[in-house]
Design a protein around this ligand. Structure first.
Ligand code: ADP
Ligand code: MG
Length: 212
């Protein structure tokens, strides 16, 4: 049958948890085992909206907090037609951050509720699996200095971690917590098994709608 769709796999976690490292490794492993797979990342800085976000993160411009939240969401929505097309073609998408980061980061700012932050992303393609790379802030600190972009401070990241923990209580999302303090290869082999099972489970199911 040629109607098998690809799986939508998301990696989440605070800065330096190993998301980018693991996404790349996972895509390579899937491809080598003959499964079509591609990596995506959010924010996607290549679009016009993505460029606004990028210069905001680089602190080259300032944007009002609600506005920037909606831009991050719009940056996901603008990629939805492409994502659906690829999934329907049978390509598994491995995504470095998604709506959960969007909500965790904005709701870590004063006076933003989790509910308000979730609204613009309601109805996005729902990931078949969200792996949360769990890493203690002190271990993350040993992986090098923070960069100079906005949000790259340990106090902010601690609040982000708390928001992720709130989001993970939602049973409508298929969360898996991964101990990211282990070696790159061991984390990878856990991720790969979870991912392969998910690809097999979701290939005949319709793509869901997030938080709906
Ligand atoms: N399991 C691991 N153990 C030790 N160092 C790691 C591990 N995973 C990633 N790293 C290193 O930590 C840094 C951050 O990894 P990265 O994948 O960029 O994290 P993220 O995308 O979550 O911010 C990189 O220098 C990377 O090589
Ligand atoms: Mg990264």
């Amino acid at each position: 049958m040629s109607c098998r769709r690809g799986a939508l796999i998301v990696l989440e976690g605070v800065d330096k948890a190993g998301k980018t490292t693991q996404c790349k490794k996972l895509v390579r492993a899937l491809q080598q085992s003959g499964r079509p797979a591609e990596m995506m990342r959010f924010p996607d800085r290549t679009t016009q909206i993505g460029q606004l976000i990028s210069s905001y993160l680089e602190k080259k411009n300032n944007l009002e907090d609600h506005t920037v939240h909606l831009l991050f969401s719009a940056n996901r929505w603008e990629l939805v037609p492409l994502m659906k097309k690829k999934l329907e073609q049978g390509i598994t998408l491995v995504v470095d951050r998604y709506a959960f980061s969007g909500v965790a980061f904005t709701s870590a700012k004063p006076d933003f509720s989790l509910e308000w932050c979730k609204h613009p992303d309601v109805g996005l393609p729902k990931p078949d699996l969200v792996m949360f790379l769990q890493l203690n802030p002190s271990v993350a600190a040993e992986r090098g200095e923070f960069g100079t972009e906005r949000y790259e401070t340990s106090t902010f990241q601690r609040t982000v971690q708390q928001r992720f923990e709130q989001l993970m209580k939602d049973p409508s999302v298929n969360w898996k917590v991964i101990d990211a303090a282990r070696s790159i290869d061991i984390v990878h082999s856990d991720i790969k098994v979870l991912c392969e099972n998910t690809i097999n489970m979701s290939e005949n199911l319709p793509i869901g709608e997030l938080w709906k």
